[in-house]
Design a binder for this molecule. Structure first.
Ligand code: PLP
Length: 418
């Protein structure tokens, strides 16, 4: 009795029971041919997912982390390079950069969208780098390393502000790889392109994860790279399969990063449902916004730019005393998560990068205040009311002691027509 007992952060059981017959028949088909890795199911999924993203090509790989790493290498990131990203993301973004041999340099985020702040990016490029006439590119002043690329992360399901990022990338000859792992189906109204563009179609390439909890999830590990660049597609195809185009003829050293046929078949079965599932997530977000309408002096609601359609991978609010609120919700049998409690520049794994507390004040402030509430297509209105009721009740009891008006009002919090 999920509805009246504990409200889980994510319900991965119901959607799979609903599709059980279809998913089991995928497994039967795979058993019949024993084509477990690669093959026609993978190719069919690749064609369908490319079309869904409005990209020319898609290459299925083993995970979102593989997708990022292989896209970066295929795009030309070399050992010793710098690749810029944000500190408030899942560690895989930075792992992929350093495992491609590059150094992740962080740039702070926009306080409204929690995505890469294009003004911070410009400041980094203009004040911390210099033009190098021998390479024709930028060098970081401190480390003397070449700045090769940018990985904007489409966090929580909202695309980063891609137009100014792509303008800067063009000016400084930087490659852009989208981390679209949380944003399958998200869209951005590009003035540059003169139309709405889907996540995965704007950068030189993009990385998607189909980890089970993502908006489109496999029943195991899976990922994909999308691109409009045929050469890049061919290089990712080789890299995922030990650098070979033909069996046992290795043109480059590669990886084992292939996609299972079974996962591809499962993703094919689910993909036609994704637009409807994303619609449901948007409706749930609107309902939360409505339920919190009278609380905007204590809760900062998600801020979706008018030129953006979020697919609400997560519904993230901000409050002071976040840990107390989380504890009250836990007491009330409501599961929540924090995405993410410690920005990457303060993680022990990256102490070698030499950053300190205070280096990225927005990311640090936000990390202390964010709380992700349950959001998934199967979440019931009744459950949402209970969640919102508990949030409001918990905040009310502390209202007098920690009253804090939102410092930066977001005019766009009211979700525009999806
Ligand atoms: C999930 C995720 C990844 C990694 O994907 P995996 O499939 O787990 O390897 C990378 N970046 C972001 C932002 C993610 O949310």
């Amino acid at each position: 009795m999920i509805g009246d007992g504990r409200i889980p952060f994510l319900d991965l059981v119901t959607p799979h029971l609903e599709l059980e017959e279809e998913l089991v028949s995928v497994f039967r088909d795979v058993l019949k041919t024993a084509g477990f890795v690669g093959g026609p199911m993978v190719e069919e999924f690749e064609a369908e997912f490319a079309q869904f993203c409005g990209a020319e090509y898609c290459v299925g790989v083993g995970s979102g982390t593989d997708a990022l790493r292989l896209a970066l290498i295929a795009a030309g990131v070399r050992p010793g390079d710098i690749v810029i990203t944000v500190p408030n993301t899942f560690i895989a973004t930075a792992e992929a950069i350093s495992q491609a041999g590059a150094r992740p340099d962080f740039v702070d985020i926009d306080e409204h969208t929690y995505n890469l702040d294009p003004r911070g990016l410009r400041e980094y490029l203009e004040t911390q780098c210099r033009f190098d006439s021998t390479t024709g590119g930028l060098l970081n002043l401190k480390t003397e390393r070449p700045v090769r690329g940018i990985v904007p992360v489409h966090l929580y399901g909202q695309m980063a502000d891609m137009d100014p990022i792509l303008d800067l990338a063009a000016r400084y000859n930087l490659l852009v790889i989208e981390d679209a792992c949380q944003a399958q189906g998200a869209a951005y109204d590009s003035q540059r392109a003169g139309r709405w563009m889907k996540a995965g179609s704007m950068g030189l390439a993009a990385a998607f994860s189909f980890y089970p909890g993502k908006n489109l999830g496999a029943c195991g590990e899976a990922g994909a790279v999308t691109t409009n660049d045929q050469g890049l597609r061919d290089r990712v195809r080789m890299l995922r399969d030990h650098g070979q185009r033909r069996k046992y003829y290795h043109e480059i050293e590669g990886y084992n990063g292939r996609l299972d046929a079974l996962q591809a078949g499962i993703l094919r079965a689910k993909l036609p449902r994704l637009p409807k599932w994303n619609q449901k997530r948007r409706a749930i977000a609107r309902r939360y916004n409505e339920l919190f309408r009278s609380q905007t002096d204590t809760i900062v609601l998600p801020c979706i730019s008018p030129g953006s359609k979020s697919v609400y991978h997560l519904y993230v609010i901000r409050v002071k005393n976040r840990d107390q609120l989380r504890e009250s919700l836990e007491q009330a049998n409501i599961a929540t998560q924090i995405h993410y409690p410690t920005p990457l520049h303060l993680q022990r794994a990256y102490s070698n990068l030499g950053y300190q507390a205070g280096d990225f004040p927005v990311a640090e402030k936000v990390a202390a205040e964010v709380l992700s509430l349950p959001i998934y297509p199967q979440l019931k209105a009744r459950q949402q009311k209970r969640i919102a009721g508990e949030v409001v009740a918990s905040l009310e009891t502390r209202r007098a002691s920690d009253r804090t008006a939102r410092e930066v009002p977001c005019a766009a919090w009211e979700e525009h027509a999806a």
